[in-house]
Design a protein around this ligand. Structure first.
Ligand code: AMP
Length: 558
């Protein structure tokens, strides 16, 4: 298929922000796509080259992209960077470079989707000496045979910045509409395969029957069931019913473990394959799980090998991306995995069984071994007092809180259906001052989209940075923030700006960490905007002392 056709689709999609219209446009387009390229086309409409669960990356970031554009067009690096700065979009710069290219066009043939995907997959597989040059060449080859408009989208796709607005919901509805199949079945198939490309091809070739046949495949992760929040124990009981199962909510990393004979594969909740990084989970499952084939879920909690005390999540998160000295890290920050669910056993899916049955199956196949493999600590009760005591016990054991689970509910992958609820102490918020910001990229280029937060240090009279906030804002709030901050800009360097400290915001966050990255010595993990505090002046913003106190009280808990 000609890539130009896909570019026309992108342009049509960009011309509207209405979800329904986008769904119709995409559905119409999908009808005409040959089944062989359908998987790739679906991924490309979402701005991906690989399905989410395949941890592959093209590995060409902005600086290499500049080299590739230069190689493809003969345009100087200075010009490319100048154009890039003008719009904040390297895709636009590539487009301009193609327009003014000084080199003969290498290929006269139109660029195809197949060629694009083939080159980018090749680039992702490269290893060893000369990798960088080869990657640049593969991308340059694509750019050299592309038209200006095509180059724009190729660059955005490779940099992971396509942003035409096609998310999972639109793809699901478009597939359903294009081929006349039930959207729920499409979604179910996606949750079990984590790849809308495969799902679309199956629908096109086999219709609804094909979708119904989709099963869990060992070695390919499924989307996990997610939790909703409970306000307190009483609210929890009201939502999941009495009696219910109450379990420790462990503060660690969710793992989905696939066992296929002697092979054990470990995925995170974000579908990353971390088998290599967590050898102790692999050993543990081999030793303690008596099943030929199963898919089980649990929480891997790091602990201090000297004291046995649990460690906060941030410690094991350091192991997730680790490539070297894996065994050493496994010794320094070992994990104990507490299993809490089972979705597949000996060739059969167990997702439709009630939770209490699943837990029984799990207990049958898991033989706990201390400091390696366990079952999530659980009570089954209707009694609020007993539940409250169990909650306090979990907090005393330095875990995050508790989960409340409906005993009769099935396992519903990928969704927050309210079959399980989480209950944890409320995190206090901070009122902080915005002292800097960064202009966004792509669709956000017109807004300041990342905000530097600071707390007060009354002793020195200075504002000290404690983190960067880029989430929790609606489009209207980005607009408002930009309007408020623009007149306050005091200096501008590249995309970064400094602003007069005037705007106070209330900020929520997941955790406070010690960090040399910011002047305060602390960093907020995932800060998000809760509201503007127009009622507060900068002098009333929270102090370094309060940040420290919150950090300490959190550290005591974990
Ligand atoms: P949250 O990440 O705050 O949405 O809370 C849900 C997460 O709690 C799950 O994704 C698991 O990683 C984790 N978790 C810890 N203990 C349990 C448990 N006993 N049952 C289910 N999830 C648990």
């Amino acid at each position: 298929m000609e890539y130009g056709k896909l570019v026309e689709l992108y342009q049509k999609l960009e011309a509207t922000t209405k979800k329904l219209e986008m769904t119709d446009i995409l559905a119409e387009f999908l009808k005409g796509v040959e089944p062989e390229v359908l998987p790739e086309v679906i991924l490309l409409t979402m701005g991906r080259i690989f399905p989410e669960w395949e941890q592959k990356e093209v590995g060409v970031a902005a600086n290499l992209m500049v080299q590739a554009i230069k190689k493809a067009t003969g345009v100087s690096e200075d010009d490319i960077i100048k154009w890039w700065k003008e719009t904040g979009d390297l895709g636009d710069a590539a487009s301009s470079a193609i327009k003014s290219r000084r080199q003969a066009v290498l290929f006269k043939k139109p660029l195809t989707v197949e060629m694009l995907v083939s080159n980018l997959r090749k680039a992702a597989e490269l290893e060893g000496p000369g990798t960088i040059e080869k990657k640049v060449s593969l991308v340059a080859e694509l750019l050299a045979s592309s038209k200006p408009e095509e180059a724009r989208y190729i660059v955005r796709t490779i940099l992971g910045e396509l942003r035409v607005g096609v998310g999972e919901g639109i793809v699901r509805d478009a597939i359903s509409k294009a081929f006349g199949v039930d959207a729920n079945l499409v979604e179910r198939a996606y949750y079990l395969t984590c790849d809308y490309g495969i799902v679309a091809k199956l629908v096109k070739e086999e219709g609804e029957e094909g979708l119904k046949k989709v099963k869990i495949e060992l070695g390919r992760p499924i989307k996990v069931m997610l939790a909703q929040k409970a306000k307190d124990i009483k609210d929890g009981f009201e939502k999941v019913g009495r009696p219910c199962a109450i379990e420790f909510k462990y503060d660690g990393m969710r793992v989905q473990v696939h066992k296929k004979g002697d092979e054990v594969i470990v995925f995170t909740r974000r579908l990353e394959n971390v088998t290599k990084q967590f050898p102790e989970i692999v050993h543990g499952v081999k030793e303690c799980v008596k099943a030929k084939e199963c898919v089980i879920e649990g929480e891997a909690v790091g602990y201090n090998p000297k004291t046995g005390e649990p460690l906060p999540f941030q410690m094991i998160s350091r192991r997730i991306k680790r490539k070297y000295e894996i065994e050493e890290m496994a010794k320094q920050i070992p994990t104990e995995t507490f299993f809490f669910d089972i979705v597949y056993l000996e060739g059969k899916e167990t997702m439709s069984l009630p939770f209490e049955e699943r837990r029984k199956l799990l207990s049958k196949i898991v033989t706990p071994k201390e400091k390696l493999i366990g079952l999530a600590k659980q009570v089954i009760t209707s009694d609020e007092k007993e539940a409250e005591e169990f909650y306090q016990e979990a907090l005393k054991a330095k875990q995050e809180g508790v989960m409340l689970k409906n005993l009769k509910a099935k396992y519903q992958p990928g969704t927050r259906v309210g079959y399980m609820l989480k209950l944890k102490p409320i995190m206090e918020t901070l009122d902080l001052v915005i002292v800097g910001a960064e202009w966004g990229e792509g669709k956000r280029a017109k807004w300041l989209s990342s905000f530097l937060l600071a707390c007060r240090d009354p002793e020195s009279g200075k504002l000290l940075t404690v983190g960067k906030m880029a989430t929790g804002l609606t489009e209207a709030q980005f607009e408002e923030m930009t309007q408020r901050l623009k007149p306050l800009i005091t200096s501008e360097k590249g995309r970064k700006v400094e602003v007069k400290p005037k705007v106070v915001v209330e900020v929520g966050y997941q955790e406070i960490q010690k960090s040399p990255k910011y002047e305060s010595g602390f960093a907020l993990r995932f800060p998000r905007l809760i509201r503007f505090r127009d009622d507060k002046s900068v002098e009333e913003a929270d102090t370094l002392e309060r940040v420290r106190k919150l950090y300490e009280s959190e550290a005591r808990r974990v």
